[in-house]
Design a protein around this ligand. Structure first.
Ligand code: GDP
Length: 292
């Protein structure tokens, strides 16, 4: 089963962004640092009229630091784009985000008009968390009595820095079925959109190649990386089910329960910090997609 995204709001989102974008100086696209390519919106550049864009790799606390560095370098190499990594609940880097936006639109410095920034992201990427963090940060910093002015979807972050929340809903870039399954594993989709066991089998297929020691450390399978990589995905899930006591009455293994355990461990970083796609993998998907 390939996970499908039904962009029911696509038309409305396109229209709403289109109406807003002419007044915007910089676009922030919030991405999941564990899947930066798949969590991006495929039409964002077009929808935002190719405005300068800051890619924010959020949830960096859950992602593999080495891979995050490679993704940042990839985005930073593009014209009119820069990238930073964040943990949306951590207030410290909020200032970096504001500074990075100002650098993307330097010609605005000294102008009397405030800087206007549009923040976008697929559901669950952490947009509300980041907006809350930024709002609190500015409130604490400026000591502004009125606090945060929230009018419609506009948030005043500094005297001359306005943040607009995107109207509508953005959808992710699912080029290959793996993208959809890994997005589901990361928690980007509602539970009704996928089968846990299928998602976890694909996840294990990836993890056993890239993060076998983390699987062994978490589930104490007593297997080295090579032995883990050689197991079938189903076999690995069975081993995890046994270790975790995911057994039904009559002794049959409860694979559904085992799948839920793995998903909870992944999402809470109990498995460790990991990233589910690399730049070369994503580039290969893009190239193949263009051939279709
Ligand atoms: P939104 O749908 O984009 O507004 O996403 P939310 O702000 O509601 O965040 C979705 C989930 O991700 C929530 O459970 C947040 O607590 C969590 N979250 C958001 N940002 C981070 C982050 O940087 N690190 C971690 N570990 N969790 C985050």
């Amino acid at each position: 089963m390939a996970i499908q995204w039904f962009p029911g709001h696509m038309h409305l989102t396109r229209k709403a962004i289109g109406e807003r974008i002419k007044d915007i100086d910089v676009v922030i696209e919030l991405l999941d640092a564990r899947l930066p390519g798949s969590s991006s919106n495929p039409l964002l550049a077009e929808l935002t009229a190719h405005k300068p864009t800051l890619k924010v790799l959020n949830k960096q606390d859950l992602a593999d630091p080495g891979r995050t560095g490679a993704w940042l370098a990839w985005y930073n190499a593009r014209a009119d784009t820069s990238a930073i990594a964040l943990d949306a609940s951590d207030a410290a880097p909020a200032r970096r985000l504001i500074d990075a936006c100002r650098q993307l639109a330097p010609n605005r410095r000294g102008l009397s008009k405030p800087m206007r920034v549009l923040i976008c992201g697929i559901p669950n990427v952490g947009k509300s968390t980041l907006i809350n963090t930024l709002s609190r940060k500015t409130q604490a910093k400026t000591g502004d009595e009125a606090g945060i002015t929230k009018q419609e979807q506009r948030i005043v972050l500094d005297d001359d820095f306005y943040l607009w929340d995107t109207p509508g809903m953005l959808w992710p870039r699912i080029i290959v079925p793996e993208s959809g399954l890994r997005l589901a594993a990361s928690g980007a989709m509602g539970r009704n959109a996928y089968e846990e066991e299928e998602v976890v089998l694909e996840l294990l297929a990836y993890l056993k190649q890239h993060y076998a020691p983390l699987i062994d450390a978490r589930y104490k399978l007593g297997l080295d990386a090579e032995a883990i990589a050689a197991r079938h995905d189903e076999e690995l899930l069975e081993l995890i089910a046994k270790k975790r006591g995911a057994v039904m009455s009559g002794g049959r293994l409860n694979m559904q329960k085992a799948a839920e355990i793995v998903l909870t461990d992944l999402r809470g970083a109990a498995l460790g910090r990991l990233t589910l796609e690399t730049v070369p993998e994503f580039e290969a998907w893009l190239a193949a997609g263009q051939l279709q």
